[in-house]
Design a protein around this ligand. Sequence first.
Ligand SMILES: [Fe+2]
Length: 170
Amino acid sequence: MHDAERHFPGGPSGTPDAPFDDPDYLFAHSIRSADVVEQWLRSGDVVPEEEFVQQVRRLVLRHEIGGGVEADVLQAADSLSFLETLSWLTAEWVTSGRYPRARAVEKLRWSVERIRLPEAVAAALPLYDRAVLELDQFSTASSASRRRLAGDSRSLLGHPAQPSGSGGTR
Ligand SMILES: [Fe+2]
């Protein structure tokens, strides 16, 4: 939900040479996502209390930068999620020529360095090590498999993955 704006065309895009912590991109992305989420919360048959809507909005606005206990947890979860379930994307970037290896490592390192919670940093370090190793051991077959798993909500919730070919959740 924190990245909701990416599901709608016309959003901000980073430039290839900009750092991954580029505030111009991160702020535009976070504000647009918060707008999408707030609009969605207000569009249902039952609209949550105003304080809840505002708190969700504040958290989505801070999901990239943290700040406050809840935002720090959300930001750490975002990094851990990327490192655990989407790190194959960085290997795919290298293989496809989108980014050189050094940029992929920079993305992975930033995912760890932005975490504020020490327990989450400890959890992120082995995931970072694994992801860097994957940059050199990437295969298209494993990428396809992990892409499928990343879109399988059953698997992400700890249930057995959907059989291959049964269609995704998107
Ligand atoms: Fe984001």
